[in-house]
Structure formats: C-alpha cells, structure tokens
Design a protein around this ligand. Structure first.
Ligand code: ANZ
Ligand code: ZN
Ligand code: ZN
Length: 835
C-alpha cells in the first residue's frame, strides 16, 4: 500500500492556512451569543527542551473541538501564546551569561515551529508573550489596580530562602525541604515582601466553585487549599505571668480533655513565659525549628519534637493547671499559632503526649484512647455540663458558654494564606512602585507604564535578599511622581503566576494600547467556554487567576465573576519502563523484547513492564519532532486522541502510532480510487449515517477515541468497495477533518473543491438510516405457529433461539416438557420440537 505523501500535504496546507489567515476571527455581530465559543489551551512555558508529547494532547483535543464548532456555525476564538517570564531562563543566564531575552526568544521560535507543524487552527494574529513590554504594561496596570484597591501590602515575612542560590523561593520551588535548583536545604528567612490579600476573597473563591463545570477533583483541591473550618477561639491565661494565650480549635467540645498547650516556636509569648531553667533548651529548639519547612514540621509521619517552657496555663473550663510546651507541629501561620492539646482525640497530640508522657483524658466515649486517639463522635464524659451530649450539640453549648463568660467565641478559619507576590529575581515584571522618603510608597503613574525591565548583564542575585535590579542604580534612583524629590524604585519583581493570571483577557484584544481589553471584546467572548490543561495547575494558577478576575469584576473592569466556565484536565502521557525483580528500573535501550516478554540484554534477566513517567534517564522520552518527521502530524494527532479518553493517563506505544498511520494510509488509498457519482449500496448508506451520528456525538462530547474507532469501522467497509463514492466520501472527509485536517483538506481538493473545508457544514444524519432493519420472526412449537417476535435483521441463530425461549407463550407451553430439537432459520423462524 502506498505511503501517503504526508510531508507535502502537511506543508502545503499549513502554508495555505497561514497565507489565507483561514482561522483569523473577529467579533462579528452576526453570530448570536450562543454561537460564539472561546476555547482555551493552557499556554506553554517556552523551555529549552521544546515541546513534549503532553503538549499536543491537550492542544489537539481543543483543536478538534474548535474545528468541529466552526463547521457547526460557531464563531470560535482559539488563541495561543507564551508564558515567557520565569526562573529557568534566568538560571541559564547566570550559568552562561546569555541574556534571558535572547534565550526566551529562541525558545519561543522553536516552540512556534513545533506547534505550527501540528496544524492547529489558532488565530496567530492574537499571539502574545508575557515577557514583552506591550503585554506586561497591562500586568503592571492590573497590579496597580489591586494596590489602589488596598489588596497589596508590604510585609516582613518568613519565606523559603536558599542560602546557596541567595534567593527567596516560592513554596512550589521547594521539594522535600530542598531547593529545586541546587538541592541545598531551604531555610526560613524574614524578607520584605509584597503580599496580596487573597484571603479577603476566600469566601467568594469557595462559594463560586459551585457555579463551575470543573472536575470534582480540582474543585476539591481548591476547597482543601482554601480550607475553611469552623470552631472557636478560646483564651487561656498563664499561671504566673497572667498572659492571655489564644488558641483556635475546631473541637471546643473537648476542652475538658486539654491536658497541655503548645505554642509555635515563633509565637510572641515564647520568650516571655519561658522560665530561667528552660531558657537554654527552648532557645536551641526554636533555632532548629526555624531551619525546617512547614511541610517537614507538620507531616504526620514525622517523629514529634518539643520542649517544655516551664510555664503553666489555666484551663478556663475546669480551672486545671496545664503545662505549656513549644513544638514545631504548631505553625505560626495558622489560627493563632497556639493550641490546646487534647491527646485523647487528636492524633498529633496523642503522639506527642505518648512521647513526652503527658496525661491523656478521655472526654468522648467510643474508642480506646490508651491505644490511639479517638476522632469519632460519641457521648461526652468527664466533661461537666457537656456530659452525655454528642459532638455537634456539645460544640454549640460550649461556644455559648465561652461567649457568655467572654473567654472565647465561635470562629471561622481558613488555611489559605495571603499570597507572597514578590521575587528577588531579574526575569519578571518590575513592580511599578516607588519608595519616597517624603511620600512613602507612590505608584508609577499609569501613563508612564510600561515600566520597562532594564537591560543588564548582571543577573547574579546580590545575596542581601534584594533582586539583581537593586544593582542597577541608574534605574533604581528616580524622581518621585508626587513631590518631585528623589525616589527609589521597588526592585522586587512579580512571580511567574502574574502573567498567566489574565492572559486569556489579552487574547481578546491583543493589540489594544489604550486598555488591557476593550469592553466590547470582553463582552463578546467571555467567559472561556472550555479550558483544557494539565491537572498540576489545580490550585496555583487556577486559584490565582480566579482571584485576579474577581477583583477585576468587583472593580467593574470585567463583567464575568469567573474566568473559566468549563475545565478539563488532560491525562498524563506516560511511557513504559522495565523493572528488575528488585524493583530497580532499566533504561529502555538496554532491554530486548522476545515473544512479548522483556529481557535485560546484559544479564538476560526477565523484566516486568511497568508504567512510568517519561524521563531522560529511562530513555523513554518521545520527541514530537521525530514522530512528525516519520509519520506526519495527522498521525500524531489521531494517535494521541485514539490512545484513550482525554482525561485519563495512558502510556505511549509506538505500535499504536504505527497502527493509526496505517489507518490513514488506507483512507488515502480510498481517496486515490476513481471517484464515482453512482449511488452506493443501501448497506453502505447505513454505515455512513451510523458513523455520522456516532462521530458527531463523540466529537461534541470530547470522546475522541470512540469517534476515531467509528471512523475505522467506516473505513473497513469503504475499503472493500472498488471505487470512491462521492456520496459516501464527501461526508466522511468532513467528519475526519477536525482530526486529520491536512489529509482531509487534500482529499477535499481531490473531490473537486478549491476552497478550504474549514467552514463547510458538518454532515447531518437521518435517524431512520441509523437503525438496524428489523424482522418479524415466527415462533413455532412442533411446527405450529404460537407467537411472533421482532428482532434486528441478522440476529444470530443462538440469539434467535434464546429470544424465543424468553416469550411468555413459549415458556408456558414447554413447561415440564422435554426439548428434542430446535431449528432456526435466519431472519424467519424458530421451531422448537418437544415431547
Ligand atoms: C483541639 C482539638 C481537639 C483539635 C481535637 C482537633 C481535634 P483544621 O481542622 O485543619 O482547621 N491547630 C490549631 N492551630 C494550629 C496551628 N497553628 N498549627 C497546628 N495545628 C493547629 O485544624 C484545626 C485544629 O488544628 C485545631 O483544633 C487545633 O487542634 C489544631 F480532638 O484543637 B484542635
Ligand atoms: Zn539553591
Ligand atoms: Zn515624594
């Protein structure tokens, strides 16, 4: 069979689409609101490694959907751009001295070449890159809007700090307590920071999740991250110094079981209440705790540590004197940074009490608190006026009691922390603020934006906790816009999240230099109807962008409360890896396959095949460029969609890719046959209508793998015909077009059309023609007609007999009789012979 000329075909059509701007889209008022669609991909960070196979997965899915929508009369916005500020480019600059602007542009060019080679139907006139001043002009403008709304503040906060890289790190840049760049242990360091009050939006961010068509798992992750809990603040007094210690508890009903208290090592009272004898031990402990990350400190599995302060506090409920400890499992950043410990009913407290031999008092019945903490519900005991009550009742009773006595009150707490927004780095948006000795902090006037990132070859961080921008004194020293006196620019930059918080708005009106987006464009397209991307963005990007959007909404700048109406997470494309019996992995190139078994070449050991992430060390990384070169973009597209449902993770199998390529070759083979206007057989018409129905529904529902399976069924039948029937082929070419657009355009041309098929009408099916024929079957017993039944034409003989036995009349007549013989005639009758 001929290998179809995908190289020529793909190059030709990519050129055609680009030259004719086939996918350029405008805000055409002729399309009513329900015929407009905004379909968005998570834009890539243009890394030096280029595109990996995960990118085309989501991008192909949205592309198929967009092409399908266009053919169904929709005006479709489908843009692409680059998230191009960020750490790797700056690291590379420090290592090689190449300016990040140069590496970033080179990487973008490479990504563009790769993305364009896949034939996606983006409107390239709307391309954006977040590192360009035309773009970050508006990132800075939004920052000022948030600042002026009182949502940005300066604060000295302990943050993750790598002493080796001399920079602050975001939480997501710390892995297992170590620096993601150099592996050095991360410390906590107080640094001056710009912080956003995302916590002011905690309630809205939580409530509006209910309005979104998002995967439940992502919603659950956002809910957990926001972490709303209800409980009470309770004040304990220290015994000698008479200082109030406020604690936050979700279980005020367990107050009678509080046998000790814990202050976080950073708590303000630690120094004050610690006794002279305990001073040295406490100071040493506090110093050690400072070196650990929050994650290390709170991990359940970690051995608990702590020291006694020597001080006592009084339980306000029963007047008992309880010891006050310092322990790092209590975080300063949550609640009030102090807890009442109830070892009988809290796991962490239980472990701590066991280790330090502190009393465990049961206050709810139901478990064995000597063995483990009981966290369930049950009647209260040892609890005075709460005895006998269940959890909920006891909680409200005790809160009422605390409120009456003015020693506590009901309280709501969030896990969500304010968002540390500044970075001590070069390759990011400058924060447009000026420090003036006279006027304080002064925003850069809007008409002076963009505040351009100054060029420099000195990217090395200073080590003082300042960004490299602090070294550029020409830039730092400026005039205060308010008083005209000397001012100093803010030298921290924004984190990578800034640009991606709002990029979907810029696509709507990318060249506007008067506003971030015109009201008309925003009203025309928003919200995003479908957003597809990886699950790793469940909290950070998707939470940050919802926050900015809500602020912009409250300021009247945008008109939708939520940016992304529907979200789909694509599954990860994994790979196979090979495992020895001791579970160690063998690189793919050291393995041979014999009779579906796998062996390590050097030792002959049989290996088991397992699923693993693609990785350089396992030599199982697939490069999209190689696939496109050897099999073509259409094969790559169809294969990635055929691997399985979009949302699940699935292993790459080159065998499967070859199979898809063979399928497209067969399609081409049919297209090369003599085209005829003769009427196809009735059976083929039926196959066609069934296919139109199935492929339409599956494409609409983003169930591309089963849609492709139906195309294969159709091609199996069409392949048996000698000619290419126009009546069958025109609709089929349109059906496959979203999936294999280059091939389809070429076949459309062969059918005599001289225009792109991108805006042809999607084929329609006739319901009648999708139904199987039905036959009336006669059922006889001993040759005598007893009843009739309707079955699909071509029902197998066994199924016909079974259907006959299911008839009530037959059951009745053969009861207690012996069946001698059963005869079935296809599509006609069943005769049961009994005695
Ligand atoms: C007493 C108690 C008894 C608690 C009990 C739980 C069970 P969530 O539900 O996650 O919001 N806590 C409070 N502040 C803390 C801090 N800064 N660091 C570490 N732990 C802290 O957690 C609230 C519970 O976590 C609080 O309720 C408190 O322990 C602890 F049977 O108080 B509880
Ligand atoms: Zn480091
Ligand atoms: Zn001033």
């Amino acid at each position: 069979m001929s290998k179809y000329p995908f190289k020529d075909i793909e190059a030709t059509w990519q050129k055609y689409w680009a030259e004719n701007k086939t996918f350029k889209v405008t805000e055409d008022p002729a399309f009513p609101k329900d015929k407009r669609a905004y379909v968005l991909d998570m834009f890539p960070y243009p890394s030096g490694a280029g595109l990996h196979v995960g990118h085309p997965e989501g991008y192909t899915a949205t592309d198929i959907y967009c092409r399908y929508l266009r053919m169904n009369g929709f005006n479709v916005l489908h843009p692409m751009g680059f998230d191009s500020f960020g750490l790797p480019a700056e690291n590379y600059a420090i290592k090689t001295g190449t300016h990040p602007k140069i590496t970033t542009q080179a990487n973008i060019d490479n990504f563009l070449k790769q993305i364009k080679a896949l034939g996606f139907s983006y409107d390239w006139d709307r391309e954006i890159s977040t590192h360009t001043s035309e773009y970050y002009h508006w990132t800075q403008w939004i920052f000022l809007k948030l600042y002026k709304a009182g949502l940005a503040y300066e604060s000295d906060m302990p943050i993750n700090w790598c002493p080796d890289c001399k920079t602050g790190l975001a939480n997501e840049e710390v892995l297992d307590g170590r620096c993601d760049r150099c592996g050095h242990q991360v410390e906590r360091k107080n640094l001056r920071q710009w912080v956003f009050k995302i916590t002011e939006y905690a309630d809205k961010l939580l409530e509006d999740l209910d309005t979104l068509d998002w995967p439940d798992s992502v919603k659950a992750m956002q809910r957990n991250w926001i972490g709303r809990s209800e409980g009470a603040n309770v004040t304990f007094m220290t015994e000698k110094t008479n200082d109030p210690i406020q604690v936050y508890t979700t279980r005020p009903d367990t107050l009678f079981g509080a046998t000790y208290m814990v202050l976080s090592p950073e708590h303000k009272l630690v120094e004050k209440i610690t006794t002279a004898e305990q001073k040295e031990a406490v100071e040493a402990y506090v110093y050690q705790a400072n070196l650990k990350s929050d994650l290390e400190r709170t991990e359940l599995a970690k051995e608990k540590t702590g020291v006694f302060t020597g001080a006592y506090a009084i339980n306000p409920l029963n007047g008992e004197k309880i010891p006050v400890w310092v322990a790092d499992y209590v975080l300063i950043s949550y609640g009030s940074g102090a807890i009442m410990a109830v070892p009988a009913h809290d796991e962490r407290d239980w472990e701590f009490a066991k280790k330090f031999d502190l009393p465990i008092i049961e206050v709810l019945k139901g478990g064995n608190v000597e063995e483990e903490a009981f966290t369930g519900d049950g009647p209260h005991v040892n609890s005075g006026f709460l005895d006998g009550m269940g959890k909920e009742e006891a909680i409200s009773k005790v809160i009422a009691w605390l409120e009456e006595k003015k020693i506590g009150s009901g309280a709501v707490n969030f896990k969500l922390r304010d968002w540390i927004f500044s970075r001590q780095r070069y390759w990011g948006e400058p924060i447009p603020l000026i420090h003036c000795e006279k006027c304080g902090i002064v925003p850069v006037p809007e008409d002076q934006l963009p505040l351009v990132l100054p060029p420099t070859d000195n990217f090395e961080p200073s080590g003082t906790g300042e960004s490299p921008l602090a070294n550029i004194s020409d830039w730092v020293n400026c005039t205060c816009p308010e008083c005209g006196g000397p001012g100093k620019r803010e030298t921290n930059t924004m984190p990578q999240w800034a640009g991606s918080c709002w990029y979907f708005l810029r696509y709507l009106d990318p060249k506007n230099n008067k506003a971030m987006v015109s009201k008309e464009a925003e009203e025309y397209w928003m919200p995003v109807d479908l957003y597809v991307g990886g699950a790793e963005h469940a909290v950070l990007h998707l939470l940050y962008s919802r926050f900015w959007h809500k602020v912009l909404f409250d300021l009247g700048i945008v008109q939708t409360k939520e940016p992304f109406q529907r979200l789909i997470n694509q599954g990860m494309i994994t790979s196979f890896a090979y495992q020895r019996s001791d579970k160690s992995l063998v690189a793919t190139d050291l393995v041979e396959e014999k009779d579906d078994k796998f062996f390590e070449i050097s030792t002959g050991e049989e290996l088991s095949r397992v699923i693993a992430k693609m990785s350089k060390s396992l030599k199982n990384v697939i490069n999209p460029d190689d696939i496109i070169r050897d099999y073509g973009a259409d094969s790559m597209r169809v294969y990635e969609m055929f691997m399985g449902p979009l949302q699940v993770s699935k292993p790459w199998q080159t065998k499967g890719l070859v199979g898809v390529n063979r399928f497209l070759n067969r399609v081409w083979d049919i297209a090369e046959r003599e085209i005829t206007d003769e009427e196809p057989s009735k059976d083929m018409i039926k196959v066609l209508h069934k296919s139109i129905k199935k492929i339409t529904e599956d494409t609409r529902d983003l169930e591309f793998n089963t849609g492709i399976a139906q195309m294969m069924i159709f091609i199996n039948e069409a392949y048996k015909l000698e000619k290419c029937y126009r009546k069958l082929w025109e609709p089929f070419v349109l059906l496959i077009a979203p999936y294999a657009p280059h091939l389809a355009e070429e076949m459309w041309k062969k059918l005599g059309h001289n225009n792109t098929l991108a805006y042809e009408s999607w084929p329609q099916w006739v319901e009648e023609l999708t139904k199987d024929d039905e036959k009336e079957i006669v059922v006889q017993i001993n040759g005598k007609l007893r009843c009739k039944m309707i079955l699909p034409a071509g029902t197998s003989l066994d199924d016909m007999k079974a259907a006959a036995h299911a008839q009530d009349r037959v059951k009745e007549l053969i009861e207690g009789k012996t069946i001698i013989k059963e005869i079935a005639v296809p599509d006609k009758l069943v005769n049961i012979v009994i005695r």
